[in-house]
Design a protein around this ligand. Sequence first.
Ligand SMILES: [Zn+2]
Length: 71
Amino acid sequence: MFNKLQQEQRDLDASYRQSLQNKKERETRDQDQASGDMGKGTIYCKAKKCNNHLYGWTSSLDARYCIDCLG
Ligand SMILES: [Zn+2]
């Protein structure tokens, strides 16, 4: 009986640590997105003189460029 309680306590600890870990990873990811203007998931036109965001503006010829550059 006592061992079972200990086991449950360990399981609780493990899931608590896991949720803390998940929270930390989520916060780190949020900070990355907030600080990195060219970070992952943010897609801008690859043309050197072009800063167009590709969201809803992607060239049908090449997804790395915007419609302005490769329309
Ligand atoms: Zn462009």
